[in-house]
Design a protein around this ligand. Structure first.
Ligand code: URA
Length: 312
């Protein structure tokens, strides 16, 4: 399918849409060996050889969006010189290489998104769109009201004052309290540093929410694919004419070793955003979504999906 070059480049995760335009204008992009400097130029990433600075673009056939419940003791980098376990070790059956959206510390647990859709990831992480992330923090001893208030108002860190946050006591125990911290920023080790700044000692840190997405029943070390509506909603994309599929028997419905995988993956970013909806189906898709089916997963291998379901 023909698409604009800047969209193809940004979706491949190289850089943002805007920066991709710059690459094109600067003559750094070739299509089938020919330098292209015109922004409207279209290409088919499955057919044409697109290169950026002489390096062929690796375009995945399928866009995947994953919610992983990360255990402590895994790193979000894709390789590690110290031989530590990688979050991608937990995604054994995922057919494409996916990348974490942002990071969680080695010892932080909870909700981590991974995708091979660079444009979607960039959008989520862009400061303008910074989605609210909520953490549950187990801290040593008793938390004082004043400490919560200071964190909520913003604390001075070495890289500047933190933006206002929503901070509350969740549970009080004998030796430890649990607090909830909801922030929009995404600075390195931010929650740990905010706690340190008010003399709270963090024992456990778990991200329980990313925007509208919660961990739900995804157990530690397991994952599930996002639904079409979740992908659109997180990025603030209008579900233009996204093909909404009800549960036909397909790959994603088979029971899995990991219960978290039971939902089906999205077939492609284009499908997710509705660009690929067949002409004449637009209203039908919209109508169905409005009828409360937004959270139904898109089933690849069906009419609009790209992968053929494997026989059970
Ligand atoms: N804040 C932290 O301190 N660590 C994380 O992993 C995420 C947010």
């Amino acid at each position: 399918m023909l698409e604009r070059l800047q969209k193809i480049i940004s979706a491949a995760g190289i850089t943002s849409r805007r920066a991709s335009e710059e690459l094109i204008l600067n003559g750094q992009v070739t299509v089938n060996g020919v330098v292209v400097t015109e922004l409207g130029t279209k290409a088919d990433p499955t057919v044409d050889m697109i290169s950026v600075n002489g390096k062929p673009l690796k375009v995945s056939a399928e866009r995947l969006y994953i919610l992983l419940n990360k255990p402590a003791g895994y790193i979000t980098a894709l390789k590690d010189g110290q031989g530590r376990r990688l979050v991608t070790d937990l995604l054994k059956d995922v057919p494409e290489r996916v990348y974490p959206v942002g990071r969680l510390d080695y010892n932080t647990e909870g909700l981590l998104l991974l995708t091979n859709d660079g444009e979607w990831a960039n959008r989520l992480m862009h400061p303008r769109h910074e989605v609210e992330k909520e953490y549950h923090v187990r801290v040593r001893g008793k938390v004082l009201e004043q400490q919560l208030k200071r964190m909520a108002d913003g604390v001075e860190l070495e890289d500047g004052k933190t933006a206002p946050a929503v901070v509350r006591l969740v549970k009080s125990g004998e030796q430890h309290d649990w607090i909830s911290v909801a922030i929009h920023e995404g600075r390195n080790r931010q929650v740990r540093r905010m706690c340190e700044a008010v003399s709270l000692s963090v024992v456990r840190l778990k991200r329980i929410r990313y925007g509208s997405l919660s961990l739900g029943n995804v157990r530690e070390g397991q994952f599930r694919y996002l639904t079409e509506a979740e992908v659109n909603e997180l990025a603030g994309w209008q579900p233009k004419a996204a093909p909404v599929r009800t549960a036909a028997k397909g790959r994603g419905e088979r029971s899995h070793d990991r219960p978290g995988q039971k939902q089906t993956p999205l077939g492609s970013a284009r499908a997710a955003r509705g660009d690929a909806a067949p002409a004449g189906k637009k209203n039908e898709s919209r109508g169905r979504a409005v009828q409360g089916q937004e959270r139904k997963p898109f089933v690849p291998g069906t009419e609009s999906g790209r992968r053929t379901p494997k026989k059970p």
